[in-house]
Design a protein around this ligand. Structure first.
Ligand SMILES: Cc1ncc(COP(=O)(O)O)c(C=O)c1O
Length: 354
């Protein structure tokens, strides 16, 4: 049975995109692959409206969180933490042996520009990490305000847009993002296994000079292969590249502004329903456009609700980590429609007798 995914990744993948993977294999050093990869990079440039260096890794997004640290930071990094994934980034920085400071607020709250400005002034950080869309809490950072605080300093701006890029408008170039990273299985509505990033010239220079960056996630090497040969340094997941390429065609056909608008409409619908029947976990004004974290203010049995929805072929998520029974999450990302999300809230109404 096809269970439809309203979990915050992996999200629904179109049949055409799934089918695109089932082709006879090609070599990754031939012109056919170079044409595919160069085509993907060009489409990404159009979809993301950026002139930065683009690359696609065979990895999940976490790999690029680590790459950001290993290529962009020699010693000192500031990590903005307000949920599970931003905390993971700080843990990665620590695991990479970096001197890691945290600017931390409670889960569900957002970090504000004045807090960040004040913290950045304390030390000469080489980079600041921000998770633009905290999937664990449904909190969306106001990057359009935060970026200024980082750009007034010497620090690089490293941004995780794993659960938002391609669904929520991120102005990579205007906000001077030095590394904007994402995964294939969220708003790009492709299968998991690829990670995409856009990096600035400054990040590229930093990578060229970085001492302990390792090999697999060497951004400068990746950029060199992409830009000079239309290849990747090691064997990529070619089948996934076909899927991504196909989905990018759908994204371009829809038009990126239409895609953002659709996400806003879906978010508005789910948020309205959640506010009426429960309450929202995210601080007002900072609600995610791609995933709604619903506060279990009625004290329902979340596990039971998920089970009943599953019987109807619908998957939603419980709360993340410590929020397991306190919240549940409905994703509205990728290629889902307003009708799809209305169907989910309608089914929940039926199950709970709302
Ligand atoms: C905000 C955020 N960052 C990072 C990750 C990790 O990405 P991946 O699972 O692709 O490694 C996730 C996964 O859900 C996420 O939501």
């Amino acid at each position: 049975m096809h269970k439809r995914l309203f979990i915050p990744g992996p999200t629904e993948v179109r049949k055409e995109v799934l089918d695109a993977q089932a082709q006879w294999m090609i070599g990754h050093r031939g012109s056919e692959f170079s044409d595919l990869y160069k085509g993907i990079l060009k489409k990404l440039e159009d979809v993301l409206q950026t002139e930065k260096h683009l690359m696609v890794f065979t990895s999940s997004g976490t790999g690029l969180m680590e790459a950001a640290i290993r290529n962009g930071v020699e010693k000192k990094v500031l990590c903005c933490v307000n949920g599970a994934f931003s905390d993971r980034w700080a843990q990665i920085a620590e695991a990479c042996g970096k001197n890691t400071d945290r600017l931390e607020v409670e889960w569900g709250r957002a970090i504000k520009a004045d807090m960040l400005k004040e913290k950045i002034e304390e030390k000469d950080y080489e980079a600041v990490t921000i998770v633009q869309n905290e999937t664990s809490t449904g909190v969306r950072a106001k990057l359009g305000e935060l970026y200024r605080a980082v750009k007034e300093s010497e620090a690089l701006l490293l941004v995780d847009t794993v659960s938002s890029l391609g669904g929520d408008k991120i102005d990579i170039d205007m906000w001077g993002i030095d590394m904007c990273l994402t995964s294939s299985q969220k708003c790009f509505a492709a299968p998991p296994g690829l990670a995409i990033c856009a990096i600035s010239d400054e990040m590229l220079d930093r990578s060229k000079k970085a001492k302990d960056k390792g090999h697999y996630f060497d951004l400068a090497l990746m950029a060199k292969y992409a830009e000079e040969r239309g290849q990747t340094p090691s064997t990529p997941a070619i089948s996934l590249m076909w899927a991504l390429d196909k989905e990018l065609d759908f994204m371009l056909d829809e038009g990126i502004e239409n895609r953002y608008r659709r996400h806003e409409l879906m978010a508005g619908r789910v948020r309205g329903w959640a506010a009426k029947n429960f309450s929202l976990f995210a601080e007002p004004g900072y609600e995610s456009v791609t995933v709604t974290c619903v506060n279990n203010s009625r004290g329902i049995n979340v596990g039971e609700l998920i089970k009943k929805l599953d019987e109807k072929g619908i998957a939603i998520s419980n709360g993340y980590g410590k929020l397991k029974e306190k919240t549940f999450r409905i994703a509205h990302m990728g290629d889902l429609t307003l009708d799809d999300v209305s169907e989910v809230t309608g089914e929940i109404d039926g199950i709970l007798g709302l």
